[in-house]
Design a protein around this ligand. Structure first.
Ligand code: MRU
Length: 350
């Protein structure tokens, strides 16, 4: 996707360095973070310099490749197993992370070059899958549609294209007049800060809405379609996504708004029977108690927005039951959220 007219990927590897668009600085500043070691890539993931299931997966694959590049000849396998453990401990919910470390770890048993090639291929597939999701999802979008989305599942959440926003890009590029509601998505405000910024870059008409405005707009008949991304999809179709998604799905069902999930096959966890088994990340309460943005001098500051004595709880994701999801848009087709259909697309070879 283009940033001020220049094409970028969200994460890429050159030599032994991994480069990430610094998402904590957006939309106030555009910067790139260079991770020279797998430990620095771990830092990029855990501190959310890079975020979003797909981008985390690509970054984790590259981090695993970096570990192969730096592994000593002595106690090599022990070093690699520890590195894998460290990478996998950065964020627990995004399935794509574990998908990538497993594939690159296996590839690296043949050679270091093979590990790097595998990580590059995963990043390439991540990008290509997003475009296919965009093409298939565009078929659900009619001219004039007003589409709500939650969090950021656009190109910043993947290597390029994204999942939930890919159909929106394709619809816009194919000349359909569309309008996007970007849920603010507290506490980290990925919708307000990232989705809205992506919409600006793409020239798509949109408004940021408070997290609690979705049901009101649906009740007024102002939402034609809702598309969200996913961090992990269980074998029965239950879907973990950014906290707040579940409320939107309940409201969407009540008001008859079609509610779709968009995700590549790398987000499906066939070993996970249902949503109750998906690990949900608890993040720092500081994220809830504070807000971050530029002050009058343009310096990014974090300020507390509640009483000093107050405490918070901060679950980063929730699980939407399959029964509330109309369909899942994957690169292998649009499917119903049930075990039979999920196992069927698992048979497809790339
Ligand atoms: O905590 P984050 O920002 O990494 O959250 C993950 C997400 O971006 C979302 O839940 C998203 O909607 C699906 S993954 C692109």
């Amino acid at each position: 996707m283009n940033v001020n007219g220049i094409p970028y990927k969200t994460v890429w590897m050159e030599g032994s360095s991994v480069f990430h668009i610094e998402q904590n600085k957006l939309p106030f500043e555009f910067a790139v973070y260079e991770a020279k070691t797998y430990q620095q890539s771990c830092f990029a993931i855990s501190s959310m310099i890079v975020r979003g299931a797909g981008a985390i997966g690509a970054s984790a694959g590259f981090a695993m490749a970096q570990a192969f590049l730096s592994a000593p000849t002595n106690a090599r396998q022990e070093y690699l197993l520890n590195a894998r453990k460290e990478i996998e401990a950065t964020r627990p919910t995004a399935r794509n992370l574990f998908f990538a470390t497993e594939k690159v770890f296996e590839a690296g048993q043949i050679s270091v070059e093979n590990a790097v090639a595998c990580a590059q291929k995963l990043a390439h597939d991540n990008d290509a899958d997003g475009e296919k999701i965009g093409i298939l999802g565009n078929e659900l979008i009619q001219d004039g549609f007003r589409i709500e989305t939650h969090c950021n599942a656009g190109w910043l959440g993947f290597v390029d294209w994204g999942s939930a926003l890919a159909p929106i890009y394709k619809a816009h590029q194919s000349g359909k007049k569309i309008f996007v509601y970007a849920d603010e998505t507290r506490p980290r405000s990925q919708g307000a800060r990232l989705t809205a910024w992506e919409m600006v870059q793409a020239g798509i008409e949109h408004r940021i809405i408070p997290d609690n405005a979705g049901a009101y707009l649906m009740a007024q008949g102002k939402v034609d379609l809702m598309i969200v991304g996913a961090d992990r999809i269980a074998r029965n179709g239950d879907t973990a996504n950014k906290i707040g998604t579940l409320e939107k799905a309940i409201a969407a069902q009540y008001y008859g708004v079609p509610f779709y999930v968009a995700a590549p096959f790398s987000t499906f966890d066939l070993g996970c029977p249902d949503g109750a088994h998906i690990p949900i990340e608890e993040r720092s309460e500081e994220e809830v108690l504070t807000q971050t943005g530029p002050d009058a001098d343009g310096k990014i500051r974090t300020i507390r927005v509640c009483a000093p004595e107050s405490k918070a709880i901060n679950p980063a994701f929730d699980v939407t039951p399959a029964s509330l999801i109309k369909g899942i848009i994957t690169e292998r087709g649009i499917i119903k959220p049930n075990e039979k259909e999920i196992l069927k697309i698992a048979q497809h070879d790339r």
